[in-house]
Design a protein around this ligand. Structure first.
Ligand code: TXA
Ligand code: MG
Length: 341
């Protein structure tokens, strides 16, 4: 299959909509990461998403909507709290989980009785959904297990020849996938942290952070969000989180670089690196780091890095989302060098 690339000029809306109406898969930009979109109500279209990604069948897809009226066609019940959160955070990087209506195929939701829904903050994609008139099921547009794509180039590398169209909307603003929450009693539970932070949500409601956010999920045990079970965000390079002061980090990296292996590093710009280490694009704010993380993990592979050492993030604000992705990319390996106060 030939893969076409088009930009986000609105004149391309109809071409993209035509593919989607015809049951095809189209990669679309969102404010978080690129999505691999298809008609959520069309089982054969949804199967094409799973095939293109190599995604396990029990991992449910998020439904993307362009207006609140679509939500009421998808969700069996919409708590008042969801309407409040939608008012404040939609369009934006917040996915809410609801009991699903029977009209949503089981395949779309990985066989679960629930459905995750979000309204992306992206003009082209919102208009595209509106034009189609059906919700778009869209997981991140990467090959299953690889870092999520934050540019059309990343998507092309994973999906060339597998899907007919990629819409190139440039680099994604957030760079990490949406915050996923479910409703629980009077409160909510964060299943996957993202750019809508627990702190922001707690201005509206009591927030619990699911244990799976910062720890490995036992295989075989039931989990609230099936995506937590799977290996994620992993480049070929071995990723390690590192905790320690600048001096200890320098000494540690000097030793690693001395072995002659290519070493990538993601850390604050003020931290000096020894000769032989490659400073990968990162930044000094959580926002910059979130926007660059996945691109830099992909870059590490392009450059042939054997290992990537990453400064361990905190659990506050957006850093919780960085930490959650990095823990998985690093298969939970943390090296404590000591010396931090
Ligand atoms: O920002 C995003 O959310 C991006 C863009 C494209 O919108 N999408 C995305 O989709 O990250 P995906 O499929 O890569 O991740 C969706 C996560 C998975 O961990 C999945 O298990 C969880 O959301 N999820 C989806 N529906 C769910 C449900 N009904 N119950 C529990 N977890 C659900
Ligand atoms: Mg994904």
């Amino acid at each position: 299959m030939k893969t076409l690339l088009l930009n986000t000029d609105f004149e391309h809306l109809e071409e993209a909509a035509a593919f989607l109406r015809g049951g095809e898969v189209v990669a679309v930009p969102t404010e978080t990461v690129y999505g691999l979109a298809a008609n959520a109500l069309d089982v054969s279209a949804v199967r094409k998403i799973f095939a293109a990604k190599g995604r396990p069948q029990d991992n449910p897809l998020i439904l993307h909507i362009s207006g609140l009226s679509m939500l009421y066609d998808i969700a069996e019940r919409v708590p008042k709290l969801a309407e409040t959160l939608a008012e404040h955070f939609w369009p934006g990087p917040l996915t809410m989980i609801f009991p699903k209506k029977n009209s949503i195929p089981a395949e779309t939701c990985g066989g679960l009785p629930t459905v995750g829904v979000r309204m992306p903050r992206h003009d082209f994609t919102l208009r595209l959904i509106e034009r189609c008139g059906f919700p778009l099921a869209a997981p991140s547009a990467n090959t299953s297990g690889l870092p999520s794509p934050t540019s059309a180039d990343h998507v092309f590398r994973d999906m060339n020849g597998r899907i007919p169209l990629i819409i190139d909307g440039g680099e994604c603003r957030c760079g990490l996938e949406s915050t996923v929450i479910c409703f629980e009693g009077d409160g909510i539970r964060v299943l996957r942290p993202g750019a809508v932070t627990a702190e922001e949500l707690s201005e509206f409601v009591e927030v619990r952070i699911d244990g799976g956010v910062l720890s490995a999920v036992d295989s075989g045990k039931p989990v609230l969000s099936p995506g937590m079970k799977y290996k994620h965000y992993s480049p070929s390079a071995q990723v390690y989180l590192v905790e320690g002061d600048a001096k200890r980090l320098f000494d540690f990296l000097s030793e690693k670089a001395g072995t002659g292996e290519k070493i990538g590093v993601l850390c604050a710009s003020g931290i000096a690196l020894p000769f032989g280490c490659i400073r990968l694009p990162y930044g000094d704010t959580a926002e910059e780091r979130a926007a660059r993380l996945f691109g830099s993990l992909r870059k590490a592979d392009e450059l042939g890095c054997a290992a990537v050492y990453v400064e361990k993030p905190s659990v506050q604000g957006l850093e919780l989302a960085l930490y959650n992705r990095l823990l998985r990319a690093a298969a939970f390996r943390i090296i404590d060098l000591g010396g931090t106060s």
